[in-house]
Design a protein around this ligand. Structure first.
Ligand code: B16
Ligand code: MG
Length: 228
């Protein structure tokens, strides 16, 4: 009989009691909608913006994203506010048709599995539209708390949003796993002392303790086993 699990536990005992999920890009593909909304705005303004550049904006708040797209172009504050409002109205137009069918493969199965195991579940999303997306996805009843774009001042890559989520769960960062698809999110989680699971290419989330391409077929045991 193999003694591997016992040995692994002695070597590095990890007690995980909470999972904090980013939202856009993990549980649903709203990253594509953010891109389309920014692209529409950029086209209207005659500013070049590519899908590749959009990768840099994953997890980055609205105003900082706009500043990146403007690439040093200077506008008065009322024009900046107008552009952010326009992008948000396009984004809200795109998310209004989201349903439970838009949960990414493996997401619901993992959430159900975690809940059945008594693990607390939180959302840590930079988005001010997170609540609406969660409602449309129908996952509200599975969540113990939601930290979003309204919860803290300093957004990712500062650790504040995930620290807010851990406090809501009443858990220390060391007992929580953060699941993220953005390099800014992985950076934030590491800065906060969380365990980290990166979803996506290693070039983007390789700083995480464990990397999966996405949540399809990923079970709680796969994550906890890989963290040991
Ligand atoms: P909003 P996440 C982030 O959500 C998105 O990845 C990022 O593209 C977006 O700019 C940011 O939310 C703010 O979103 O404009 O809706 O407030 O990945 O942290 O779940
Ligand atoms: Mg994300």
């Amino acid at each position: 009989m193999s003694d591997t699990p016992y040995t692994a536990q002695i070597r590095n005992p990890i007690i995980v009691s909470g999972f904090i999920f980013d939202l856009d890009g993990e549980l649903t593909d709203t990253a594509e909608y953010h891109y389309r909304a920014w692209k529409r705005l950029a086209d209207e303004e005659g500013i070049p913006f590519s899908q590749q550049e959009n990768e840099t904006l994953l997890g980055i708040p609205r105003r900082e994203s706009l500043m990146f797209i403007l690439k040093g172009r200077v506008y008065p504050e009322d024009k900046i506010q107008d552009m952010m409002a326009r992008k948000n109205s396009y984004y809200r137009e795109y998310i209004k048709d989201i349903t439970q069918q838009d949960l990414l493969p493996g997401a619901k199965a993992l959430l159900d599995e975690l809940q059945a195991a008594g693990i607390k579940i939180a959302i840590g999303s930079a988005s001010k539209n997170a609540q609406e997306v969660i409602t449309r996805l129908g996952i509200g009843p599975l969540l113990d708390s939601i930290s979003d774009g309204y919860s803290v001042e300093r957004q990712k890559p500062a650790p504040d949003l995930f620290l807010h989520a851990a406090a809501q769960l009443n858990l220390s960062p060391a007992r929580c796993v953060v699941v993220e698809d953005a390099s800014a999110g992985i950076e934030a989680a590491i800065a906060g002392g969380f365990h980290t699971v990166g979803l996506g290419p290693v070039e983007r989330v390789g700083a995480a303790e464990v990397v999966f391409p996405n949540l399809d077929g990923v079970h709680m045991a796969d994550i906890l086993g890989a963290l040991m």
